[in-house]
Design a protein around this ligand. Structure first.
Ligand code: SF4
Ligand code: SF4
Length: 396
């Protein structure tokens, strides 16, 4: 298991070289994307490889000519990748209509990046109405045909079913890892968990499935061994106290040491509502039931794929009722016995900034402590984040 995790961590540290290698070694088509609302299943069914771009950190000297400084680091980093030609191995890019910044990134990419095709996925904003369902299915049908055209393949129903199964398997394994860790967070350091989830969005999905199985088996083995004889020093944070259970809520976590800092301060993240976490794989029971119902997968495979994306946990760029996000967060807090919530906030991320006051009010009505941590490029000093975390955890 440790070797699998080390490998996955390495992939998250150098995603573009991995994508380039994959393209060169297999001759396959690599398709870039920037948000978990892109239906990876259809890209996999086309025989291509979906590669998520996270907006690499570093110097973005070229983006200033195109973007205002008040734009999030994810969009700045992704555009920089395109402008520098670092993504020239990509067969194309897919942009979903989600937050305004991603929509404008799509325009900028189309106008300024010459390599590969460019596709927009004009998704509905409201996801819980009957018309949204119809509309969403139409969007998927159109995407299937446009992507097939760009890649020069016909995307058949059987290939879609197979890809849906592959992705469903991956989501189940990620869910298992989260559940195991939610019961015993000391089984896997949070920074490793973050690497595992992000690596899956980069890796060849079949390889990812294999690696995840190794991680799940390793964790189960560790849990069984710990039940027999708890290993000293691995079940509790420094000082021997039990870690304080927390939930992370926000967009993308691009800080590779955030979990480590939380753990060093005496906490443990036992669940999250993040784009670099559960939003990639989790769906409420209704979606799973619908997805798994007898006959599902035998009918229109696009309908089964649509069910997952329409019913998954929404981010603030989408809408499923006025209180849906707060209810989902409160329900996870109760289920996971969390004592507080940390909101890691990427500077200039408007959807999450607009969402925060409403979530904060919902938590305060239930007397649940929370902490807003602004994290962006250049990242704040670890000592500074650590001090705020310690003060917050002390208060719990
Ligand atoms: S917050 Fe929403 S729009 Fe932004 S990257 Fe995540 S899923 Fe996509
Ligand atoms: S959701 Fe926020 S962080 Fe993600 S791309 Fe949009 S503005 Fe940037």
């Amino acid at each position: 298991m440790d070797e699998a995790i080390r490998y996955m961590r390495g992939i998250t540290e150098a995603p573009l070289p991995y994508g380039r290698r994959l393209q060169e070694e297999t001759g396959g088509k690599v398709v870039g994307y920037v948000c978990s609302y892109v239906p990876e299943e259809i890209i996999v069914a086309a025989g291509a490889h979906p590669l998520r771009l996270f907006g690499p950190t570093g110097s973005w000297e070229r983006v200033d000519a195109h973007l205002q400084s008040y734009c999030c680091s994810v969009v700045r980093g992704v555009l920089d990748t395109g402008l520098k030609g670092e993504g020239d191995f990509l067969a194309g890019m897919v942009f979903p209509h989600t937050c305004d910044s991603i929509q404008r990134l799509s325009d900028l990419w189309r106008m300024n990046v010459a390599h590969g095709f460019h596709l927009d996925l004009v998704l509905p904003v409201k996801l819980h109405t009957a018309s949204a369902r119809e509309y969403y299915l139409d969007v998927l049908r159109r995407f299937r045909s446009e992507l097939g055209e760009r890649l020069g393949v016909a995307i058949g129903d059987d290939a879609l079913r197979e890809a849906h199964e592959t992705l469903r398997g991956i989501r189940r394994l990620l869910g298992e890892i989260y559940e195991l860790r939610s019961h015993a967070p000391a089984l896997l350091p949070g920074d490793d968990l973050l690497s595992v989830v992000k690596a899956v969005m980069i890796l060849d999905r079949r390889e990812a499935g294999e690696l995840l199985r190794r991680v799940v088996n390793g964790l189960k083995g560790q849990r069984a061994a710990a039940e027999e004889a708890p290993p000293p020093g691995r079940s509790s944070p420094p000082g021997g106290r039990e870690a304080k259970r927390l939930i992370l809520a926000g967009g993308l976590c691009n800080h590779p040491r955030l979990h480590g800092l939380i753990e060093a301060a005496g906490g443990a993240v036992v669940w999250d509502d993040m784009c670099s976490g559960t939003r990639y794989f989790h769906a409420p029971d209704a979606a799973t039931a619908e997805d798994d119902s007898p006959g599902a997968g035998k009918g229109d495979p696009l309908a089964a794929i649509a069910a997952r994306y329409l019913n998954r946990d929404v981010c603030p760029a989408k809408h499923r009722g006025l209180t849906n996000r707060a209810e989902a967060l409160l329900s996870q807090i109760r289920e996971r016995r969390a004592r507080g919530v940390i909101f890691p906030h990427l500077k200039f991320c408007d959807p999450h900034a607009f969402d925060y006051p409403y979530l904060k009010n919902a938590l305060e009505r239930e007397n649940i402590p929370h902490l807003l941590l602004e994290i962006d490029e250049p990242q704040p000093a670890e000592g500074q984040i650590g001090a705020r975390l310690e003060a917050f955890l002390e208060m719990l």
